[in-house]
Design a binder for this molecule. Sequence first.
Ligand code: LLP
Length: 431
Amino acid sequence: MLHENLTINDLGHLCIAGADTLLLAQKHGTPLMVMDEQRIRRNFQIYKGAMAKYFGEGSFPAFASKSFSCKYIYRLAREENVGIDIVSSGELYTALEAGFNVEKSFFHGNNKTDFDIEYGIDNGVGHFVVDNMTELDSIDRIARKKGIIQPVILRLTPGIDPHTHASITTGQVDSKFGIAIETGQADDAVRYTLSKANIRLDGFHCHIGSQIFDIKPFCDAARLMIKYIAEIKEKTGYEAGILNLGGGFGVRYIPSQPELDYEEFIRLISEFINLEIEASKIKRPIIIMEPGRSIVADSCLTLYTVGGTKEIPGFKNYVSVDGGMPDNPRYALYQSDYTVCLASRMNDKNDFKCTVAGRCCESGDLLQENVDIPKPQRGEILAVLVTGAYNYSMASNYNRIPRPKVVGIRDTGDFEIIRRETFADLTKNDL
Ligand code: LLP
């Protein structure tokens, strides 16, 4: 199947990590997200191993927790001894609640409030990834007030177009994120940062985009960033100790997409880095990467109960399920590809072409169009695969639909990761 953790058992039911999805749906109800813990650990370990091997000691992955943020994942990140990328005080709070040592964290965001900065400093955030100079002024001011010197890295835009969806492209000069190298603003930013008494500049960051299958833009970005480290050293004498290359490796959502070999990608990027380091004679920086999607996406699937089908002659067929854009807004937002299957009859003929619709009062509430599955009956279980990244973390309560339950699978069986929201949860902040 799409990934090796997905199988079909003798009953013709879809299984994840060996667990029968029908039994899980029966036990926990739907919509239900099911995560394969071993797969997440394996993904962490691929990055950790390859980065240590090819980038050298001190290099490590910092999980982009915006892709799936909850206490469980920070505990897992702690156990696997990786860092984290956080993008809000809410993510930081969740990580702290999970007992994560945030010294190994990178605090992102293009508009960190004074509250964010103060909260980050008070809790010992390792690095702020500075997006602009007004933010830098605030960090310097707050650090001075607290009598500390705050480590930061600067987010730069190397001017790379990775040819992915426009909403998830970030490395070009015209971006709300970061400081452009091309315009000379990066040079000014480095000089300005070095002039700040309560800031320690530890290096640079770039992130070119997300869901990218082509290795070239990553290699180009790495090469440009190393080149920049050499150039700025020549201009100012400042030598960066950290180069954070962001995230963005693509994940296979549908059969026609490749399953990338992340270790090989990292090896290739390291070759470009090595060439550039040799040419420019700078010292080797510690390399950080921030994978999000490629850590959690393929560990997970979402199970729904089919409510019914609607066949409109001459137009199309709809299958309605008991979730939709509240638990997965990605098709509505980006027309994202997903593989859909009827978990209860995996060996039956996929002879019913349909559009899978959610239950919201909104025509755009679709999970996928033009999928082929066996014609489902009301009450059957439908699965959407590869839903671990940017699904739960982007979930909403639109139409006052409670967020789904998330369970995990490990050797000892299934366990709860996030409980299902209740109606009481929906009104708990209403006055
Ligand atoms: N680092 C930075 C600074 C980022 O902005 C992101 C993603 C990552 C790392 C992780 O990238 P990944 O490895 O997950 O591709 N909501 C969109 C994705 C937005 C990505 C935002 N930044 C989606 O559902 O496709």
